[in-house]
Write a protein of this length. Structure first.
Length: 124
């Protein structure tokens, strides 16, 4: 499998999870994992910004594919099949992944908590 094929499959699987999140037959505990993965995958901002050397791309190259793979493996087969076909149809029509407007909130909250902890430790 070439790198381009792998990247296209990863993109399709990310959108597959977006559709699986909306499927009523997806178990709630899998939906919780998928919500985190989809929020991060489709977020317009990253937890670790890409301009940070090495670490900026580490999450995109290692962590995100692992969590997408895990979520895909946990989906019931019928939910996976329906979600995958919906994702392929979406990508054929739109040629880009959807954006989740609320997905930046947990990332911004994580950065604010980190900034608060640093500020607190410096002024203590």
């Amino acid at each position: 499998m070439s790198l381009k094929q792998w990247a296209n499959r990863l993109k399709r699987d990310g959108v597959t999870l977006w559709f699986a999140l909306r499927n009523p037959f997806t178990p709630w505990w899998i939906k919780m994992l998928i919500a985190l993965v989809v929020a991060y995958a489709l977020s317009p901002i990253d937890l670790i910004p890409d301009f940070i050397p090495v670490l900026g791309y580490l999450d995109d190259l290692i962590l995100l594919p692992i969590f997408i793979w895990l979520a895909i493996q946990l989906l019931p087969p019928e939910v996976l099949a329906k979600s995958r076909s919906a994702a392929e149809a979406w990508l054929n029509e739109n040629a880009q992944k959807p954006r989740v407007w609320w997905s930046f909130i947990p990332i911004v909250m994580a950065w604010l908590c980190l900034a608060g902890a640093v500020f607190y430790s410096l002024w203590r």
